[in-house]
Write a protein that binds this ligand. Structure first.
Ligand SMILES: *Cc1c(COP(=O)(O)O)cnc(C)c1O
Length: 373
């Protein structure tokens, strides 16, 4: 356990609590054209492709900015001018991909499922069979809106069978939930430095099928978000086209080494599953109800229904937890009152147990007797 000091633990969907060693990696300056930094870049890109199971088939192209920048860059780079994207929506991040298309003038249709239900491959297959103009499909792996895990493997099989391209927003799952490019066929998978890899925020990346990326010259509607051009730059000399977030990359490099030392995706995922189980069991013991059934719950972030007890007020509950060193998150469901507690970042089972104690104390402080929704 090597987070610090007096800063609160971030039980949120990100940015997350990072290790002291990760933050320490930022305590120097780097020349962006210097050999040491170029090697760091190459190492980070290589390691990300290894985690993705994409060695030999895919490349990692990072981009400055938050996760959304990587999603926007991947959509803009992969979608041909005459392409049409079907976005599978069961939460805010699916809706955001459709919004990206609307802003960029990319032809796009959505299909919406209720927020507490997974998207499904059979419906996707029907939609693709009914509209041959759909060239690509976009799906969210863990919908962070609710914490729901979508059946991306099944969707990918349906999309591949029909010869269409697939883009996966795996932002909140990459590095903790296995999704190997060796078994799941996709053209692009997007994630960022500051979720399950536990780096600091400031860089997003896409893992792109090399064969597909080679055909993407001139697709992008944006200069800075052109992953084809960004990739050509890296291939040429390992350099970024524009000022790189040097310190963030150094922290990312360190966080990737720690990820490997923890046992990679399996090790990281095991810790998060333990965190999640302790949290859900403990909250249920107090009478809280989760929005999702356990079968649909990813071990990333948990949505709880707000207690009906009149003494429960979210912002007062939040303040009580913050005072005790834990920051939680408001709900994001369009219907129903909820709040969320994250299980990811430099957070360990003992931290989860301490968080449960803080929840009990907060409830006492507020005079909440009944946590039933
Ligand atoms: C965090 C997240 C993003 C990116 O959000 P940013 O605020 O831009 O970092 C995208 N998709 C999902 C599913 C996420 O959890």
């Amino acid at each position: 356990m090597n987070h610090n000091d007096n800063a609160p633990l971030l039980l949120t969907p990100g940015p997350l609590t990072t290790a002291v060693t990760t933050r320490e990696a930022m305590l120097r300056d780097w020349g962006s054209r210097d050999q040491v930094f170029l090697e760091l870049n190459a190492r980070v890109r290589q390691r990300v492709v290894e985690i993705a199971g994409g060695v030999g088939t895919h490349v990692c192209v990072p981009v400055q900015g938050s996760g959304t920048f990587a999603v926007e860059a991947a959509i803009g780079t992969l979608m041909p001018r005459r392409g049409k994207l079907l976005v599978l929506v069961n939460g805010a991040y699916g809706r955001r991909m459709a919004q990206i298309c609307n802003v960029a003038g990319i032809d796009c249709v959505t299909h919406e499922w209720p927020e507490l239900e997974p998207v499904d491959a059979a419906t996707t297959a029907e939609l693709l069979d009914a509209d041959p103009r759909i060239s690509h499909v976009a799906v969210v792996h863990c919908e962070t809106t609710t914490g729901l895990l979508n059946p991306v493997e099944e969707v990918a099989a349906a999309v591949a069978q029909r010869g269409r391209g697939l883009l996966i927003d795996a932002m909140s799952a990459f590095g903790a939930i296995d999704l190997s490019a060796r078994n799941v066929r996709y053209d692009a998978l997007m994630a960022s430095s500051n979720k399950c890899i536990e780096g600091t925020p400031g860089v997003g990346f896409a893992i792109l099928r090399t064969k597909v990326l080679k055909q993407c010259e001139g697709n992008a509607r944006s200069l800075s978000l052109d992953l084809y051009d960004q990739w050509r730059g890296f291939e040429k000399n390992n350099q970024w086209r524009f000022t790189p977030p040097t310190h963030v990359l150094a922290a990312f490099d360190r966080a990737l080494a720690d990820h490997a030392a923890e046992g990679g995706v399996a090790g990281r995922g095991a810790r998060y599953r333990q965190n999640c189980k302790i949290l859900v069991d403990g909250m249920r013991q107090m009478g809280f109800k989760t929005a999702l059934p356990d079968e649909l719950q990813a071990p990333i972030i948990v949505t709880f229904l707000l207690p009906r007890d009149k003494e429960f007020e979210f912002h007062r509950f939040y303040e009580q937890l913050a005072r005790r060193g834990f920051l939680i998150y408001p709900g994001k469901l369009t219907k129903g009152d909820t709040f969320r507690i994250g299980c990811i970042g430099q957070v360990y089972p003992d931290d989860m147990r301490r968080a449960l104690t803080a929840v009990r104390q907060a409830l006492d402080e507020l005079g909440v007797k009944d946590c039933a929704p």
